[in-house]
Write a protein that binds this ligand. Structure first.
Ligand SMILES: *[C@@H]1O[C@H](CO)[C@@H](O)[C@H](O)[C@H]1NC(C)=O
Ligand SMILES: *[C@@H]1O[C@H](CO)[C@@H](O)[C@H](O)[C@H]1NC(C)=O
Ligand SMILES: *[C@@H]1O[C@H](CO)[C@@H](O)[C@H](O)[C@H]1NC(C)=O
Ligand SMILES: *[C@@H]1O[C@H](CO)[C@@H](O)[C@H](O)[C@H]1NC(C)=O
Ligand SMILES: *[C@@H]1O[C@H](CO)[C@@H](O)[C@H](O)[C@H]1NC(C)=O
Ligand SMILES: *[C@@H]1O[C@H](CO)[C@@H](O)[C@H](O)[C@H]1NC(C)=O
Ligand SMILES: *[C@@H]1O[C@H](CO)[C@@H](O)[C@H](O)[C@H]1NC(C)=O
Ligand SMILES: *[C@@H]1O[C@H](CO)[C@@H](O)[C@H](O)[C@H]1NC(C)=O
Ligand SMILES: *[C@@H]1O[C@H](CO)[C@@H](O)[C@H](O)[C@H]1NC(C)=O
Ligand SMILES: *[C@@H]1O[C@H](CO)[C@@H](O)[C@H](O)[C@H]1NC(C)=O
Length: 512
């Protein structure tokens, strides 16, 4: 088909149009472009009867010139004289496409294409005959509006970059761009085709306008309206043993208990929600308005920061919550120093000389913060509390004050007691040894969610009921921490006087 055309057509046209056989061009005869804008002119050609070549040269030439005024070419030795004319087609594939950028009035003219064979110049050819289209370029006034890039989803607080460009997406070096915003008086951004801004909710419904101006001073513009979304609002609440909370942070939770962390996301936008731990490990993910993270049988190594994140392709918002797992840890360490000098070995029977003063120190450590107090006497006899609370308690004992001294240490979740009997040397009959409330008991109490600090109150209540000498003011000062939750289960400690062995008993129901 191609072959027969090449043969027949030249025969037919010979002498009529003076067309040389085997040379044809397919290009528009007239092209219009607006001043400052650009245009691509598709063009194909054949030469020597074919449309593929090796090392072909293509030239675009202004018709009104002699010698040639080459405006674009692929021949490095004869580059185009108009920097805004580009031979974008590859002549080796029969492509003579021409692109004009940043069109100026002075570009108005008629241009023709020339093919050159580097080896055989007799085969070179200018497509100038009447039969061949020679594009006539017309440069008109700028009327086309600029194009503003798609803003996508605009979210308050999330930075956006927006660009304004001439239609046709061409490089436009002579065009300038400036921006207006309806809630900004005067010019918003000057002389920049691309701007970056951070929208706020106040920008919702405002418009932004890009003004494009060419070198002649003609301006066109385009306006878009901003629809600004609120970022997702994340609220974390939690439930421990069925009780809802939203403060405090950090959350304090007893070892062994279970809790649910609930992340509520308020959002107009579709978001994926995740719970991650401090190591960024995803613990739970979902896409709804609420995502729960259930923690069962909490262990101390679950202490840490938990993060709920709401994210989509545009943004990520997250909120942290700290969880502190409380575990019992109370160490009571009694030491005895004598006024006669020296540290006495700690035993539960401590002899005292009439002339001597013993300083009993009860040092405690623990978590959460432990409070400590010395109690003088048996529960059923003369009881008075002595000393201070804090990390250690001290009491000075003389022989006239010989008695049983109890060091009570407690925190929000635990209680521990140790006692010693200070006796004059003659008192050799050993009293039965009081067991301290063992860690195991405390641990049981802890597992049952008992507040042993409440127990302290109970102890005092019992003490008070015994109507023995009582320093009310002092007891008041020694009350357990105010943040003890009043609605927890309670242990009563029954002290059997003859054995002085506390029995820990769990009482169901609410205290007080
Ligand atoms: C000619 O080249 C231009 C610019 O590279 C291209 O856009 C066009 O598709 C090509 N035409 C043909 C027919 O290959
Ligand atoms: C933004 O304005 C539109 C109406 O112009 C309204 O429907 C939308 O709720 C507003 N968005 C915010 C986040 O206020
Ligand atoms: C986020 O949600 C909380 C609770 O629903 C609300 O009190 C708060 O005002 C919200 N914040 C924003 C910025 O919408
Ligand atoms: C939340 O916690 C993570 C991990 O500990 C930390 O990297 C991030 O900075 C925290 N974010 C905030 C807002 O505190
Ligand atoms: C929690 O511990 C209890 C008792 O140790 C056990 O029966 C239960 O299966 C544990 N639950 C989970 C979710 O591990
Ligand atoms: C946390 O401690 C428990 C037992 O106390 C153990 O089974 C678990 O693997 C530990 N988890 C991590 C993350 O260390
Ligand atoms: C949520 O996550 C899924 C799976 O990773 C993803 O296909 C989807 O696009 C995400 N949705 C949003 C709103 O980010
Ligand atoms: C008690 O304290 C003394 C000195 O303060 C120390 O030497 C001893 O190791 C402690 N005992 C315990 C069980 O911590
Ligand atoms: C109780 O002890 C105080 C001093 O600590 C003493 O004055 C008082 O007589 C004692 N009462 C009884 C009943 O032993
Ligand atoms: C105990 O006695 C010593 C001096 O022997 C004194 O420094 C200290 O303050 C006394 N402590 C108390 C609690 O009375």
């Amino acid at each position: 088909m191609g072959v027969s055309l090449v043969v027949i057509l030249p025969l037919f046209w010979i002498g009529v149009t003076c067309q040389v056989p085997g040379y044809s061009i397919n290009v528009a005869s007239s092209v219009s472009v607006q001043e400052g804008l650009c245009v691509s002119i598709p063009c194909t050609f054949t030469a020597e009867g074919v449309s593929t070549f090796t090392n072909a040269i293509g030239l675009w030439i202004r018709t009104d010139t002699n010698p040639w005024h080459i405006v674009a070419s692929n021949d490095e030795s004869r580059p185009g004289e108009k920097p805004n004319f580009h031979l974008t087609g590859n002549p080796d594939t029969g492509n003579c496409s021409l692109t004009i950028t940043d069109a100026r009035r002075g570009d108005e003219e008629t241009y023709y294409f020339r093919y050159e064979n580097r080896k055989d110049s007799t085969k070179s050819y200018s497509y100038t005959s009447a039969k061949h289209n020679k594009p006539r370029i017309t440069v008109t006034d700028l009327t086309e509006e600029p194009v503003i890039s798609d803003l996508g989803t605009v979210i308050a607080g999330v930075e956006k970059t927006v660009t304004c460009s001439p239609p046709g997406n061409c490089p436009a070096t002579s065009l300038t761009f400036q921006w207006r915003k309806s809630n900004v008086p005067d010019i918003w951004r000057e002389n920049s085709p691309a701007i970056t801004f951070t929208p706020s909710l106040d920008d919702n419904g405002t418009t932004i306008t890009c003004e494009m101006t060419n070198s002649k001073g003609t301006t066109t513009q385009r306006t878009i309206r901003l629809n600004v979304y609120s970022p997702p609002n994340i609220t974390i609440t939690w439930e421990i043993n069925g009780k809802q909370n939203n403060k405090p942070d950090p959350i304090r939770v007893d070892e062994g208990s279970s809790m649910i962390l609930k992340c509520s996301v308020q959002s107009d936008l579709e978001v994926n929600v995740t719970w991650t731990d401090g190591k960024n490990k995803v613990l739970q993910h979902g896409s709804g308005k609420e995502l729960k993270l259930q923690l069962y049988n909490i262990t101390t190594n679950q202490t840490g920061v938990y993060t709920c994140s709401a994210m989509n392709e545009h943004l990520t918002r997250s909120t942290n919550i700290s969880v502190t797992v409380q575990y019992l840890f109370i160490i009571v360490n009694i030491s005895i120093t004598s006024s006669k000098g020296g540290v006495l070995p700690v035993s539960q029977q401590v002899p005292i000389d009439p002339a001597e003063t013993l300083t009993l120190a009860c040092r405690v450590d623990g978590y959460p913060t432990v409070r400590v107090v010395w109690i003088k006497g048996e529960f059923r006899t003369n009881i008075s509390t002595v000393s201070n609370s804090g990390a250690s308690a001290m009491v000075n004992v003389t022989s006239s004050m010989a008695d049983v001294y109890r060091c009570l240490a407690w925190n929000e979740i635990g209680f521990k007691e140790q006692w010693i009997r200070v006796g004059t040397k003659q008192e050799s009959t050993a009293q039965p040894v009081t067991d301290s409330v063992s860690l195991r008991d405390i641990a049981i109490g802890l597992m049952c969610g008992l507040s042993v600090s409440v127990l302290i109150i109970i102890l005092y209540t019992l003490i008070t009921r015994k109507k023995l000498s009582m320093n009310k003011k002092y007891v008041k000062a020694e009350e357990p921490p105010a943040n003890v939750e009043p609605s927890k289960d309670v242990i009563y400690v029954n002290i059997n006087a003859s054995h002085s062995k506390p029995q820990v008993q769990r009482v169901m129901g609410r205290s007080m």
